[in-house]
Design a binder for this molecule. Structure first.
Ligand SMILES: [Zn+2]
Length: 221
């Protein structure tokens, strides 16, 4: 186990080493019901350790609510069976210009502190053979957001999937988000946002990137 100072350093700097979410080999051997039961037990222990009286009517149901929220809501995106089906269509109209989806809600959780990351994603692509239903992009963002995350990895996971299904590298993902672990603890900065950009293909060109950023900035005004 890393020493405690090292653990704090990794958390405060939000380091992440891999594009894949680190998962155990046996991650999905247990059913959701079993997981909820076990998490309920462990969270009850945490509450008791903090000195809370679990016989109180207001607190007695909290371990169950917490466990269900973790497995079924906040972290439903860990399980690949919940991944949305990303159906694409042939680009029949031959549309070859940039397509931009703005202000997609980001509701995620920082994996270093288990506190919310909230903000927006802006995604653009230039279709070649395939186009994708716009709501599918929102669903994909929602899916990857509902895991313990690091903002850079979240953007990369979305980018990678879109590049694969659209069969083009010409995709850009910008995420602008507030980290509650920065605003509510540690440095306690209430106003700062973190912006990450991940892109490939034609967006490697500065002018194409600028065109995209102009579109999303106009929208923000
Ligand atoms: Zn954090």
């Amino acid at each position: 186990m890393k020493d405690k100072e090292q653990i704090e350093i990794v958390g405060d700097n939000h380091f992440s080493a891999n594009i894949e979410t680190p998962l155990r080999a046996d991650a999905f051997e247990k059913s959701d019901i079993e997981k909820i039961k076990n998490i309920q037990h462990h969270f009850k222990m945490i509450m008791q350790e903090m000195g809370l009286d679990l016989t109180d009517d207001s607190l007695s149901g909290t371990p169950f609510r917490f466990a269900k929220m973790y497995v079924k809501e906040l972290f439903y995106g860990l399980n690949p069976v919940n991944k949305p089906k990303l159906s694409t269509f042939e680009n029949k109209y031959g549309y070859k210009k940039m397509l931009v989806e703005h202000n997609i809600t980001i509701d995620s959780t920082c994996e270093h502190h288990f506190l919310p990351i909230v903000g927006h994603a802006h995604i653009g692509y230039v279709p070649t053979k395939k186009v994708i239903g716009l709501s599918k992009i929102n669903r994909l963002v929602d899916y990857y957001s509902h895991r313990p995350q690091v903002q850079e990895r979240l953007a990369l996971q979305i980018l990678n999937d879109l590049q694969n299904v659209l069969e083009t590298k010409d995709v850009i993902v910008v995420i602008n988000a507030k980290h509650l672990c920065v605003s509510s603890r540690g440095i306690k900065d209430k106003n700062s946002f973190t912006t990450t950009l991940e892109y490939g293909g034609c967006f490697l060109s500065k002018s194409t990137r600028k065109e995209f950023l102009n579109i999303i900035n106009q929208q923000a005004l």
